[in-house]
Design a protein around this ligand. Structure first.
Ligand SMILES: [Zn+2]
Length: 472
């Protein structure tokens, strides 16, 4: 894994050197003057007060004390006094084929009688530009889509062509232990694989699209043969690694997650949810140099939305896609006979939320053990909205006992590590100019991460309110 990262870092370094040489003199300059720069990658000296940050074109070219850092002639100046500047945030677990509304996972709750699933997917494709903008407005300048149909790869292309979009890494269809026929419109996001050969064949079909990860949906149900399933995961891992692509795995039980790590998982896209992790798990994470994305909110997102108890947070009211927000209370108006029985029961019972206590304890244990944690929401699942759901997730990470600095590091430094990008996730000369200017101190309260005045991606400045106004 080190060598795969090493090669990527070298390639990026060479490319960036080429880009800088040709564009430095002619590029537009921006200077952010007087802000407190935050360095989430550091353990000490984590801020620089009254700083100047100079951007030329798409890159940061200077960071230093205001008194000694020159603002180039002709630069556009942004007054940062009283503000904090952080690297653009990264969500390490999203799904663009899902919208977060009730109609987006008919395998979990079948609302085809209300909104046909094909119509929902068409909506999600047509609404991509707006979805990109809610991410940026939330201060998230990069996301990793860890699984969807083959058209996921065109989402990455669209994002990379657009200024007003986060950087997107993506993988294709999930190599899954179980089928999800309800999601199959001809280009299924989840493909049941029952042999090592079939796993290798699906990896081979994804390779021409240059996936950033190969993803396994390692669902282990009572009675399943764990050894046989693990052999499929191993075949997938070996095929991915042979092509220098990392393996992301969904595995939420301790034994299953360990099995995934033993055969080479690089990125666990969820925590172990129900059992305390142990020393062996931590040792396996370390051995693989693996990363872990805890996704603490997503399961309660389903429960809240499907029992009609979901309420938008103030951040969601401000920053979510207004179309999705408007649909989150559709259970108030859907005729009773069109509500799936399981949902009707949830609405009647109004179950108390399952406390994610074990997940929170596992997160704290991993953080204390020095395992790199990557902030990620699993956005797109029912009740977990693209964009501002990051603030629900980071509040839970705080509840787990992480410091604001550790939470911010998971959303920047470690997110960049998950992306395999050494040019993201920090404020330093040579890094890409992905930045968020906040009006309050993120190292005092993670809630302050939602107070973006400006979001800068690739050297282009956006105002969050204007981004959301533009998609109303
Ligand atoms: Zn997911």
């Amino acid at each position: 894994m080190r060598s795969r990262f090493g090669l990527l870092v070298l390639i990026i370094a060479v490319l960036s050197a080429c880009a800088t040489n040709t564009s430095r003199d002619t590029a537009r300059s921006i200077a952010i003057v007087g802000a407190t720069v935050v360095y989430p990658e550091r353990d000490t000296n984590t801020t620089l007060a009254d700083a100047t940050v100079v951007i030329s074109g798409e890159r940061i070219v200077a960071v230093g004390p205001r008194a000694s850092t020159k603002v180039p002639a002709g630069a556009t100046t942004i007054d940062g006094h009283g503000n904090w500047l952080i690297p653009g945030m990264i969500d390490g677990h999203v799904h663009f084929f899902q919208s977060g509304n009730l109609y987006t996972r008919p395998d979990a709750a079948d609302f085809n009688a209300v909104v046909p699933y094909a119509q929902e997917v068409t909506r999600n494709k047509q609404r991509l530009d707006a979805t990109f903008k809610v991410w940026l407005a939330s201060g998230v300048t990069s996301v990793i889509d860890v699984g969807g149909p083959f058209w996921n790869f065109s989402v990455r292309d669209a994002a990379n062509k657009s200024a007003a979009a986060p950087r997107v890494e993506t993988t294709g269809p999930l190599i899954s232990m179980i089928a999800r026929e309800q999601l199959d419109l001809g280009d299924p996001p989840i493909v049941r694989i029952d042999s090592a050969d079939a796993a290798r064949a699906l990896v081979a079909r994804e390779m021409p699209y240059k996936p950033d990860f190969i993803k396994v949906w390692f669902i282990h149900q009572p009675g399943d043969d764990l050894a046989a399933q693990t052999a499929i995961v191993k075949a997938t891992a070996d095929a991915a690694h042979a092509a220098h692509v990392r393996l992301a795995v969904h595995a939420t039980e301790l034994d299953v997650a360990k099995a995934a790590l033993r055969v080479g998982a690089d990125y666990l896209v969820h925590s172990v949810f129900e059992q305390p992790i142990d020393d062996e798990f931590i040792a396996l994470m370390r051995k693989n140099h693996a990363l872990l994305c805890p996704t603490l909110f997503v399961r309660n997102g389903y429960r809240l939305a499907l029992s009609n108890q979901w309420q938008a947070t103030p951040e969601e009211q401000r920053l979510a896609d207004p179309q999705i927000l408007a649909a989150m209370h559709d259970l108030d108006r859907i005729p009773k006979d069109k509500i799936p029985p399981r949902v009707a029961k949830l609405m009647a019972d109004k179950p108390a939320l399952a406390s994610p206590t074990v997940s929170l304890q596992n997160l704290k244990k991993l953080e204390d053990a020095g395992i790199p944690i990557v902030m990620g929401t699993d956005a797109g699942n029912i009740g977990t909205l693209h964009g501002p759901s990051v603030f629900r997730e980071m509040a839970l990470m705080r509840d787990a006992g992480l410091t604001p600095l550790q939470v911010l590091r998971s959303a920047t430094t470690n997110g960049a590590m998950a992306m395999g990008r050494s040019d993201l996730g920090a404020i330093a000369p040579g890094k890409l100019a992905d930045l968020v200017l906040l009006d309050s101190d993120p190292l005092v309260d993670v809630g302050n991460l939602s107070h973006a005045q400006r979001v800068i991606k690739n050297g282009v400045v956006f105002e969050p309110g204007a981004l959301i106004e533009g998609i109303r």
